[in-house]
Design a protein around this ligand. Structure first.
Ligand SMILES: Nc1nc2c(ncn2[C@@H]2O[C@H](COP(=O)(O)OP(=O)(O)OP(=O)(O)O)[C@@H](O)[C@H]2O)c(=O)[nH]1
Ligand SMILES: [Mg+2]
Length: 187
């Protein structure tokens, strides 16, 4: 069971004490949709327009760990001010890296990772965080294309394909694999 705890922007508001699993990725890749699919609940807000989520949303799973839905990055219509604010919020959040059990980084399986994606994975590496790369929206590509794209994404992010899962929040492909991976990281 996923239970909403709070939305927060500032360090002193972030909940403490439990391990955290964090969902990050470019705006509109399907972070909130995947979160809902993994926990089989309609709890995280799925936006009709990109860039709707602006705060960190904290959920609790069976009093075991927290799941954090992070606002999407790389959204073109953000102001300079919002970009600076987002960076500061991320720095505040990731400065407590010890409590983070796993970062689930979501990529659109149709496209080459953007500069923002590469910056994000480098940032996560810099903080020595465990990262699972999820290639979402697989329902939009053919099997052949998917295979090719997963390799291309792995190369671009310099990550082993073993730490990558192709998914679809629409037809639920890969959802159980994400769940299993999260479980092993939060035991
Ligand atoms: N076809 C398809 N559509 C998806 C999938 N996952 C998400 N979507 C759609 O993509 C749009 C964005 O989904 P969200 O879950 O809100 O994406 P987000 O990454 O949380 O977006 P922000 O919170 O704005 O950063 C919605 O219209 C979803 O229905 C998927 O696997 N396949
Ligand atoms: Mg969202």
């Amino acid at each position: 069971m996923l239970k909403f705890i709070k939305s927060a922007k500032r360090k002193d508001e972030f909940p403490k004490g439990l391990k955290q699993v964090v969902f990050v990725g470019r705006s509109n890749v399907g972070k909130s949709s995947l979160l809902n699919a993994v926990y089989n609940q309609k709890i995280a807000y799925v936006g009709k327009r990109p860039g709707m989520t602006k705060m960190l949303n904290f959920f609790e799973v069976d009093e075991r760990y927290l799941v954090v839905d992070v606002p999407g990055y790389g959204f073109a219509n953000r102001s300079k001010n919002e970009i600076v604010e987002f960076a500061a919020m991320m720095d505040d959040f990731f400065s407590d890296a010890d409590s983070i059990a796993l970062v689930v980084m979501i990529i659109d399986c149709r496209h080459k990772p953007t500069q923002d994606d590469i910056a994000m994975i480098e940032y996560l590496r810099y903080h020595h965080l465990k990262v699972l790369v999820v290639c979402n929206k697989t329902d939009k590509v053919s099997g052949n294309e998917l295979h090719k794209n997963v390799r291309m994404i792995a190369d671009n992010l310099n990550i082993d394909v073993r730490y990558m899962i192709p998914t679809s929040a629409l037809n639920k492909k890969g959802i159980n694999e994400i769940k299993t991976y999260i479980d092993t990281c939060t035991e």
